[in-house]
Design a binder for this molecule. Sequence first.
Ligand code: PGA
Length: 250
Amino acid sequence: MKKLMAANWKMHKTRAEARDTARDLVGLIADKLPQDREVLLIPAFTALVDVAQSLAGVPGFLTGAQNFYPETHGAFTGEISPAMLADAGATHVLTGHSERRHVLSESDTMVGRKTAFGLGAGLGVILCVGETIKERQASRVAEVLGRQLSAGLADVSEDLAQRLVVAYEPVWAIGTGVTAQTSDILQAHALVRAKLKELLPVGGASVRILYGGSVKPDNAGEIIGLDNVEGVLVGGASLAADSFSRIVLA
Ligand code: PGA
């Protein structure tokens, strides 16, 4: 299983900035990238074509998008379809990111609809799950992750799940500088793995599980080596090429 090193650029970077960072990353990483790692850059919609073109033909580098609407086309002002993302060069997309759930009020049901639709449209979908600090303090981590995975994968068949990736991102660790303890990561990833095996008895063991939440160059190496961690999803520390290249090669 290749480790997936993903950069979520969120609402940052103009087209020129995204192109520059992509080009710098290729320069810093391409000839050192281990065979068992791949890099996924996830820019804003406006920079998708630029990033995909910058990465074209570079082995191990992929382009992804941050969001879409689960319909093929129609009267959905402001939305974008999976086919449009693919046309712009994206092979992957996020669903259920904490900022979509908590800032944009996306429900578990909507996350489930989007996950199945994106996979059905041929994209690799990274379904994000994670508990808030209140839920953790109330010992509800297993319940919350179980609920988010059950709803997120409600319409996902074993066949579709071949393109599925899951990211465990504790909400309290995202953008806060507070990384989860190794023991918290091990425990949460084991819970996610067990639930994946329950929901997908055939393919659940081989779905990659990423960790996200304040991953930095100095903690990436340890995190990536943990059981049931098959990659990282990085926000803040992925914006600068130097910092993200050290994470990818950690
Ligand atoms: P962070 O964001 O690395 O800035 O904590 C991670 C994410 O939101 O995917």
